[in-house]
Structure formats: C-alpha cells, structure tokens
Design a protein around this ligand. Sequence first.
Ligand code: NAD
Length: 364
Amino acid sequence: MTSRSFKIAVLAGDGIGPEIVGEAIKILKAISDKKDVALELTEGLVGGSAYDSCGEPLPQATLDLARQSDAVLFGAIGGPQWEKLAYSVRPERALLGLRKELGLFANLRPVLAFDELLDISPLKNTIARGVDIMIVRELTGDVYFGEPRGISTDSAGRRRGINTMIYTEDEVRRIAVIAFRVAQKRKKNIVSVDKANVLECQELWRKVVNEVARDYPEVSVRNMYVDNCAMQLVRDPAQFDVIVSTNLFADILSDEAAMLTGSIGMLASASLGDKHALYEPIHGSAPDIAGKNIANPLATILSVALMLRYSLAMPEEALLVEKAVNEVLQDGFRTKDIFQEGKKLVGTEDMGEETLKKLANLLK
Ligand code: NAD
C-alpha cells in the first residue's frame, strides 16, 4: 500500500528541455517504484512549443495543472524561432507568468563544486574545493517590479530612465524566514547581502533580516555589502553557507557563483512560494545543441533532488540522487560540456542511464 502521493506537473518546454526532463523523469519514477510513494506525473505545454500549438506561451490548462500540483518540474524555454514574436507572447513570458501566478517569491540556487570537476572551474582548485553555497534570491520585488519605471523624454528631448528599488518589510521578512529555515538544515550560517550603507531600501532589508534572526538563535548571521560579497566569492568562496539577498544583487551574485563550479549544465534551482514550488536547471533551452543528445541532464536531475527535499519531504532520497550524480562523475562519465581528456564522453541518455543505475544501487 502506498501511503503518500504527490502530483507533479512536468513542463519540458523547448530546445533541450524535453531531452533533459526525460532523464529526470526516469529518476523520479525509480524513486516512486522503490519507495512508499506514488508520484503522479502530468505533462503540460509551455514556452515556444505551447505558442506553436495554441497561440500562447502559458496556456490556461498549463497554469491550472501547475496550480493543482504539489510541484512543477520545468525544463527550459525559448529559441531563435520565437525571438521576433510580440513581447507578450514570447516563450520567456511563461516563466515570469508562472512565478507570478504561483507566488514563487524565493529562488534557491545551490552552488556545489564537485571534487571531480574542480579542473574545469576557472578558479584554482585550492579555492574552489569545498564550495557548497545555497543562494537564496528574493524573486518578486526590487527594481524589477518597483513603480514608477520607464523611459521618458523632457521638453528639450533628453531621455531619462527610471526604476524604483522598493521592498516592504513583509517581503523582506518572508524571504529571510526561508533563508533561515534553509540554513537550519545546513551549516547554520547566513550571510545577508545588501548595500545598506548608501540605499535606504537596503537599510530596511538589513534591519528586517536582523529582526528575523532573533527567532533563529542557533543560526549565525553576518551582514555583508554586495561589493564585498562579489569580491569574497572569488577570494574565498568556501566561507559561505547560505547567502540571502535582494532580487537584483542575488541575480548577479548567483551567476558569478555559478561559474565557480565551471559548468552551467550542473546547476539546479528551486523557486518556492507559500503554496507552490517549481524546480528547474539554471540554464536555458540551449538551441545550439538541442536534439543532438549531447546536453548535460545533471542540472535537471539535481533539480529533482531539490524537489524531493523541499516539496516531497524525502530528504534521504534527495541525498541519494546527489550521491548517484557524484558517483557517476567519480566513474569518469562526462557530457561534452564537462568533458576532459582521459574521461568517458557520453550523451544525454547515457548520462541519465548511468545515474539511474547508481541510484538503483543506492535505493536497494
Ligand atoms: P543557454 O543557457 O540556453 O545556453 C548557454 C550555453 O550553455 C550554450 O552554449 C548552451 O549550449 C550551453 N548549455 C546550456 N545548458 C546546457 C546543458 N544542459 N548541457 C550542455 N550545455 C548547455 O542560454 P542562451 O543561449 O543565452 O539562451 C538560449 C535560449 O534559452 C533563449 O531563448 C533564452 O531566452 C532561453 N533561456 C531560458 C531560460 C529558462 O527557461 N529558464 C533561462 C535562460 C535562457
């Protein structure tokens, strides 16, 4: 008898999306078969492929499916064939629409330097070794959404661009709570990144984060200015456990941190709200390699691990998926993006298959 069941919406999207999601689904099914849990997977259209079949990148049916699910597994969207479409129906609108409609205000990006891949990091091995950071990015506030915004022209014909950096204390508090909860499950160490020395909005961020900190005395907190954090990430990244920051700063810092590991094909992400969650690799649809069976599926497989941990209450299985990925790398299997001489070059499907074999062993 299965005691637990979860509904998962599978939105593979465009480009390499269907290839990488296909491998991730095999991992989910293996867990569902072995464990006392029923995972009901339902596919939905999203992005350019949804536009081609029904004229919009985020059809109502897909949104309904996502709303009714315990978690969304998302591949990637976009491609050159849709770049000339009106902004309102571009594939990328689907992701923004999902974030907004599902209230996904927290973006979690683990940055993990696998020992086996240290040589492809642009940093020296001695600096990249041991990097295991969780970046918690606020996703629905800040200059990206603040009003007023726009470009206006004065009477002399001079243009003026304006965006508004704005945070309410409630917005800061809810992302800070997520960061502290994440830290509780890790090394209990948070760095909150801001620019409180020059921006009032950021001064409020710092105050509210420090207020929330009082409820989590077991977690240590440091406040760090964003310029210093950008420098520390390349000087001594292993000092960080959890980094929490605003939408704009964390957007930039997370891309910087992603490069510590050497490949975009290895990095997973989770976007969380009060009721919903979406899991996806951080990379895009990689149209240049789509349909060639060379894309790295590991970022999507690692996104499944995050789903197990944060939405399906299966932290042990999450660890097993991460372990399986580690073992596959230790055995020398590499897709093209992480390939080095002396290793075994494999395609998307074989990489998925090897990971599945390792996981099956670990699940025994
Ligand atoms: P991209 O992330 O798709 O690709 C950047 C480079 O990384 C390419 O050379 C690609 O081949 C490589 N790459 C990406 N994922 C890989 C993987 N799993 N394995 C091996 N190599 C991989 O970014 P881009 O080229 O700037 O954008 C392509 C399309 O993706 C655009 O339409 C863009 O709007 C869209 N996009 C979507 C998302 C998303 O769906 N979340 C995110 C970023 C970009």
